[in-house]
Ligand binder design. Sequence first.
Ligand code: ATR
Length: 281
Amino acid sequence: MDVYGLLGSPVEHSLSPAMHEAGYEAAGIDARYVTCEPEGGAAGVAAAAQLDFDGLNVTVPFKQDVLSAVEPTPRAARVGAVNTVDFSTTPPTGANTDVAGVRRAFDHAGVSLDGVDAVVVGAGGAGRAATAALAESAASVHVANRTVERAETLVDEFRTAFDGAPDGGDGPPATLSAGGLAGLTDAVPDADVLVNATSVGMESDETPVGAELLHADLAVLDAVYTPLETRLLREAAAAGAETVDGAWMLLFQGVEAFELWTEQDAPVDAMNEALRAGLEE
Ligand code: ATR
């Protein structure tokens, strides 16, 4: 039997066990997925290696901490965070499937990120993943954050990390810029893609972006998934925009991890059903 797990704190309400175990069942894989709250991320990876785990997901607050215990992929090194560990290599490989999760969530909705003008609101962990996903294929990414310095630091770091072509390809590097929330007034009306990577709207009817800025040529992903239809997505839909809820991002980071560990296509529908059933509880 294969054993996978999630390192984080707290993890007791995580939907990852249900989502992954539904995937194993649908794919006929004999495996379990457990949650662990270690003292630290690197110590958790070492303990899991000793216990013969096959793979780990890593969540808040350990995504940076585990970097020292793994060989990061170029993408994880660039983002500066690991959310998936693969023990089939020595040392274990540290990947970042949050980045692919953002791209695949848009792909699933039929939205290509190639050459788009994008706006990311938020400069925390979710903002870093969204900015990385967009910088790999977008023409321009503007990061707006309540604390302007945090957006500036993120953009400075990414300018260095993405020096040259995005994702090692031949295309031109993305244009990155940073600003405060007031700058959304100018940035959003001209944007093709908008990502909310703040916690605004979680368990509340607030929105980080004024409804008057939303328009029909926009695709909007909200990383918040409680509720699934946030005020931002409701107002975006009313403006005629394409909307992608946060459960798609959560699903596809899990799908990408499943595929990395098992080297086979994930049963996306079964994982999606389990995730959405868990969210409804
Ligand atoms: P995560 O890893 O989930 O991104 P985080 O690192 O705590 O979490 O980041 C939360 C993000 O939401 C940040 O961009 C934060 O802005 P600051 O950097 O200014 O703190 C943003 N955020 C949280 N509450 C907010 C609010 N009431 N208004 C605007 N932005 C908010």
